[in-house]
Design a binder for this molecule. Structure first.
Ligand SMILES: C[S@@+](CC[C@H](N)C(=O)[O-])C[C@H]1O[C@@H](n2cnc3c(N)ncnc32)[C@H](O)[C@@H]1O
Length: 234
């Protein structure tokens, strides 16, 4: 995956600092999707980072089990230390593209624009795999930045977080384009996504686009949560 080297090099304190800058530190994303936790007992979180989402949901009473998968060692060690005695939480050190999770889930959370790490082509495959992990009527919630990534970023934050960004675009056709952002000399690719693209991944994966939640973060950045629901084949 294109951004492996970024996540491998970004420390826990750096990732936490980025969360503050993008305005997600205090879980405004989770506040916007609260109602979907009410009928979800078994939850999968993809790419758990330093445990920001786990912090927000671990105490919710109706959630009986959280499986959190994370690929990079520094984050895994931190999550294990912080949550090691919590019987609700299963932490898996692995890649969600290749790990056999041997379970079905009521809710899959893919937050903080994890989907923007993947190209248009890759997303068809990833979301299909994720759909197979859902129970009937289970949901997947995918957070993403708006299609016009830089337009949605306030200037003061742009200079701090994206200081050296030149808004580079590459790709054979529009759907392969990405933008490279730089933070402390570490670069990350952001592949834009929009509602139509998300709809096409969902259709291919037996998911219905149930809701699109447009929200603003604590630092006034715009984001979207796409909610998909799995429909059983009858
Ligand atoms: C932007 S962070 C989001 C962290 C957390 N989900 C949150 O919302 O605070 C993305 C995380 O996904 C992890 N990640 C990316 N690709 C992954 C993969 N294929 N398997 C497991 N973890 C992955 C990265 O290491 C990083 O910790």
């Amino acid at each position: 995956m294109a951004n492996d080297s970024f996540y491998k090099d970004v420390s826990i304190s750096e990732l936490a600092e980025i969360a503050v800058l993008v305005g997600l530190e205090k879980h405004c994303d989770i506040a916007n999707i609260k109602k979907y936790f009410l009928d979800s007992k078994v939850v999968l979180e993809l790419g758990a980072g330093y445990g920001r989402v786990i912090d927000a949901i671990i105490s919710l009473e109706n959630i009986e089990k959280i499986v959190a998968i994370e690929k990079h060692k520094q984050y895994i060690e931190s999550i294990k230390n912080r949550f090691q005695n919590n019987p609700k939480l299963k932490i898996i050190h692995g890649d969600f593209l290749t790990t056999d999770l041997e379970a079905k889930f009521d809710l899959i959370l893919w937050m903080w624009s994890g989907v923007n790490d993947f190209s248009n082509q890759e997303r068809f495959r990833v979301i299909h795999k994720l759909s197979d992990l859902l129970n009937d009527n289970g949901r997947i919630i995918i957070d993403a930045v708006p299609e016009n990534i830089l337009d949605a970023v306030p200037e003061n934050i742009l200079s701090e977080l994206y200081g050296e960004n030149k808004g580079e675009n590459k790709g054979e056709n529009k759907q392969d384009e990405f933008i490279t952002l730089t933070y402390h000399q570490k670069s990350i690719r952001i592949y834009p996504v929009n509602k139509e693209m998300m709809q096409s991944y969902f259709v291919e994966s037996n998911l219905l686009l149930e809701d699109v939640i447009h929200y603003q973060t604590a630092t006034n950045r715009e984001r979207f949560c796409y909610v998909g629901i799995k429909k059983g084949i009858s």
